[in-house]
Design a protein around this ligand. Sequence first.
Ligand SMILES: Cc1ncc(COP(=O)(O)O)c(C=O)c1O
Ligand code: FES
Length: 398
Amino acid sequence: MNVIYLDNNATTKVDEQVIQAMLPYLTEFYGNPSSMHSFGGQVGKAVREARAQVAALLGAEDSEIIFTSCGTEGNNAAIKAALAAQPEKRHIITTQVEHAAILNVCKQLEKQGYTVTYLSVDRKGQIDLMELEAALTGNTALVSTMYANNETGVVFPIEQIGLRAKDAGAIFHVDAVQAVGKIPLNLKTSSIDMLTLSGHKLHAPKGMGALYVRRGVRFRPLLIGGHQERGRRAGTENVPGIIGLGKAAELAQVHLKDVQREKALRDRLEKGLLSAIHDTEVNGDITQRLPNTTSIGFKYIEGEAILLSLNQYGICASSGSACTSGSLEPSHVLRAMGLPYTTLHGSIRFSLSRYTTEAEIDRVLEVMPPIVERLRAISPFNNDQADWLQGREEALAH
Ligand SMILES: Cc1ncc(COP(=O)(O)O)c(C=O)c1O
Ligand code: FES
């Protein structure tokens, strides 16, 4: 059975050209980029080229790019660096809908005496800039928000957040793991101080990422050791991974030009599902959204049951973020948006990529209506019980 892969926000297929670019650095060019001999030196040159490719995608200087082991490392390093640079400040602002690689770091920092403001989101998944303004004080070291949400695709008003953070003298970090390669970026003209990206979301391998640190922003390394990455990230470089990320960045820049095709397929899927299946709604702000993502709530049924049924057709989607999907807890993102209980549990995320075809979308449109119909027929939660369930949910939340 052919797999129809619509879970690209969880991870993506490594591009064939990325693999080809990497291969020589797993075989013949195994030198250490820091070595004095030219055998290592040629590897160092390739690493410099990859850095330039990543910088070009972001509109950054080469020297502003630090290679990391993943998006999670980038986020950890950015937060810790921002706090270390301003030890007198003890306040952080983030949002309720961040990835675990931000939220769990913040929770740990709270235990260490920091105060964290978790900005709320509205029903569309958008933050309130007034709430941000009210939260900012002279004690705020860092504002860290995501560029685009991994579950809903909702894009935050990044520059408006950044300008407010800068006015208050805070460092502005952006987790752009889901945005890079899907939205054009130009960090030269941006208020972003630090930005995280992850290779495996843009057709490079897993376990590879980068952190952008604006020139002039004080940075303290997370990993201490050798002088690699200009002393900002110790450890012998993951050369094949770096070469792969560079190539993936170059390809992403080309692909950004025809992202409309992907968006058109996403819209076709969304419109098709909404018109064929009643009691269905799109979660999140559809005017400010990634071109590849749709999160759809199918009322009165369980998302996990839909996923299992889709799985039988070889269709991969997701009910929340891959990291938390084993937990059966409703998504913290959809919860923060205040979705009703009945939608919260029946929400599915479809995330497309440049490999998605029209035939694949049509196949999903073919199989989804009967799946939902069958599950609803056996669902104990019919319309009458929905109000009772919502009431119970609210009671439990208090
Ligand atoms: C928004 C966001 N931030 C951070 C991460 C973590 O990236 P990585 O898997 O490379 O650690 C992910 C991916 O799971 C993500 O979606
Ligand atoms: S894999 Fe995307 S949220 Fe963890």
